[in-house]
Design a protein around this ligand. Sequence first.
Ligand code: AMP
Ligand code: MG
Length: 307
Amino acid sequence: MGTVATLSAEGEEAQAAVTESIHRLQELEAMVSFEEPDSDLNRLVEAAGKDFVPLHPEIYALLAVSQEYSRQSDGAWDVTAAPLVELWGIGTAKARVPAPQEIEQAKALVGWPKLLLRSDDNSAMLTEPGMKLDLGGIMKGLAIDEARKIYERHGITRGLINLGTSSLYAVGSRADGSPWRIGLRRPEGDDPKDYWGVVNLREAALSTSGDYERFFTADGERYHHIIDPRAGYPAKTNLTAVTIVVQSGETAGMRSDLLSTLVFVMGAEAGEKFLRQLPYSVQGVLLLENGRQVVIGDLPLEMKSRP
Ligand code: AMP
Ligand code: MG
């Protein structure tokens, strides 16, 4: 998943919970890896334009959640954006500004309605050859949800399931009963430990998407890794970062992960509206380019002054 996972747990079965979770993360990674010829994603790509492909139930469930949010967001969130993500190559050595006709070509292979799901047998199909899926904005969330289930089975009452700090789950609270303290990174500057705020978190999933995570500059313009699939370009938005906290449900990790990306693409106004009409409550904070913050729900946020 292109990240470093850090798992901590407290309890009699802590070691077992962590070992099993790591094993589970590796299993999940293999299901979606493009290096594994038989992975769900490779089989989908091979059968694109031809056949439905049976998937692991957890990957099917992930795609079902993903499609629901693509529909609701009018394609701002869309895992079929892979051809665009690859074309831009942001975060890789091949990052560059593509020519407009390349973007048009890639866009022809993008669109959530061209990913078909069949619930009878947990299968899916990409309707056109050349289509591909990119789960980079949601897979860490699934991993968190799965690790959390393992923690529950082992009776873990405190711990952190941390997939590279941008997506994590805080299990219970700290030993003294106080909440976990999660730093929100200051977007400008290179120090990942320089926080502009701290979220006090108890039993919840938290994800952050920001334009400072992966980007490159060309001709003085900054291009980041969150794509607006409808435009074919890195999302032009008035946001620099979005942090979402989801408290409830088995898919809390997935939803916080995809929502932070989705809201980033939508921008502050539409994103805030989207969050407020969800059928469950979320908390969060949108960090605007002009330095302003929009707090969603009663997020327990502490502001930090500069050191
Ligand atoms: P995150 O860092 O969680 O916001 O996820 C960003 C990653 O999600 C990118 O690196 C891409 O792999 C993928 N991605 C980019 N734009 C989108 C989008 N509009 N919808 C779904 N996935 C995306
Ligand atoms: Mg995400």
